[in-house]
Design a protein around this ligand. Structure first.
Ligand code: HEC
Ligand SMILES: [Cu+2]
Length: 395
């Protein structure tokens, strides 16, 4: 009976069950709900019936002598609730343990995703270091989530996956889920077919996935359509004025290949031929350059990049050189070759990590923040030209 009623009311109270634990969670939810409903009704009806049955009757003033004790009644109303409550406790504890014990991190079939919460957005970091504001996962794959917050307490809630956990600053909270159905996809309003209908959003096309909450609030139709695809992600810990805007999506891919295709395309900073300086900024951000280099003129572990391009630098060997493409290239690939006066040789080598195309993009970014760059400003806004060596990388 429970499951029959449960399916009838399924989408009334609970969103689509989409993970390996949703069946169990929903069963327990409906069990508790119906036990509550049935017992509330029994008690209410009993009270009304007893009140009516033993109401005051005119002419009868004898209050009578009813039964004072019944062992049978005492046992029935103690043991039945005890069994029900124990059932709920054991069942709930099993479910809790299942969610609390993570799949092993070294399992090849498990994907670990880092979540960073801040006022007021989510950032999901994938195993290759790429991060974005939406969550992509393959279906039927265990996902370990390791999460922390930059500022206040947030809470990561994926209703369709039936998981929720606080994101607390100063510690890493972990949980996991395994999606077992593919997420719904909306339509791409920028791609109209000849019959007037729209193409379905393509799971491995990243450009159409990143959420722009500002545009969404302004009612941008493309963003509204996107909001109809994927499953929901909410923050469920009131965290300030932007709390209600901490919305995101989880996209469940039909298989590992589709997920990987997406990840490779999304991680490629050249996707969509953006301006060279933007590629450079992305490369610098993704590779941690800003841990040591500032762009505001202040020195960190390394010299600032502000006004660095085309400026003279004094080196420890007494020479003075002007920062140009080759100097930057050498600084990145062979940092110990020329060391800037006043700085230790703490710069790690990025040999093998950056192609010359990448370095051209980094230089374009450095030009864009240097008043010593006297060239055409439009230059840094052109896409980085494709070089032969990159053919294999960008496919
Ligand atoms: C661990 C700290 C650290 C990180 C991370 C780091 N650098 Fe450096 N970098 C330094 C230091 C220290 C120097 C100065 C000493 C030297 O010339 O080797 C330097 C020097 C440089 C210079 C020459 C600066 C000048 O004023 O002449 C460039 C260009 C540069 N780094 C680029 C990068 C890029 C690009 C990245 C990221 C891919 C990066 N660095 C990451 C520490 C770092
Ligand atoms: Cu929040």
């Amino acid at each position: 009976m429970f499951s029959l009623l449960a399916t009838t009311f399924d989408h009334f109270l609970l969103p689509t069950p989409a993970s390996s634990v949703s069946g169990e969670v929903d069963w327990l939810f409906w069990f508790v709900t119906w036990v509550t409903v049935i017992f509330s009704l029994l008690i209410l009806l009993g009270t009304v019936w007893l009140g009516f049955r033993f109401r005051h009757k005119p002419g009868i003033n004898d209050i009578g002598r009813g039964p004072t004790h019944s062992n049978l009644l005492e046992i029935v109303w103690s043991v039945i609730p005890l069994i029900i409550v124990l059932l709920i406790a054991i069942w709930g504890f099993k479910g809790y343990m299942n969610l609390a014990i993570l799949p092993p991190a070294n399992d090849a079939d498990t994907i670990e995703i880092n979540v960073r919460a801040y006022k007021w957005a989510w950032e999901f970091t994938y195993p290759n270091g790429f991060h974005t504001n939406v969550l992509h996962v393959p279906v039927n794959t265990k996902i370990r989530i390791v999460q922390t917050s930059d500022d206040v307490i947030h809470s990561l809630y994926l209703p369709e996956m039936r998981i929720k956990k606080d994101v607390v600053p100063g510690r890493f909270n972990k949980h996991w889920f395994e999606a077992n159905i593919i997420s719904p996809m909306g339509y791409d309003l920028s791609r109209k077919k000849s019959d007037g209908s729209f193409e379905e959003l393509n799971r491995s096309d990243t450009a159409s996935y990143e959420i722009n909450n500002e545009a969404l609030e302004k009612g941008d139709p493309q963003e509204l359509e996107k909001a109809r695809s994927g499953f929901d992600i909410y923050c469920t810990e009131y965290c300030g004025t932007g709390h209600s805007r901490m919305l995101s999506k989880v996209y469940v891919h039909p298989d590992m290949d589709s997920y990987k295709t997406w990840l490779i395309a999304a991680s490629n900073p050249y996707r969509g031929d953006p301006p060279a300086k933007d590629v450079g900024l992305k490369l610098a951000t993704n590779n941690g350059c800003f841990a040591c280099h500032s762009i505001n003129g202040s020195s960190g572990t390394g010299p600032t990049w502000k006004d660095m391009y085309n400026a003279p630098v004094k080196l420890t060997d007494g020479k003075t050189v002007t920062v140009d493409e080759n100097y930057v290239r050498d600084s990145i690939l062979y940092p110990q070759k020329e060391i800037v006066l006043g700085f230790g040789g703490a710069m790690p080598s990025f040999l093998g990590k950056f192609s010359d195309r990448d370095i051209a993009a980094l230089v374009a970014y450095m030009k864009s923040i240097s008043t010593n760059f006297k060239g055409d400003a439009a230059e840094v806004n052109q896409p980085v030209p494709k070089l032969n060596e990159d053919k294999s990388k960008t496919k």
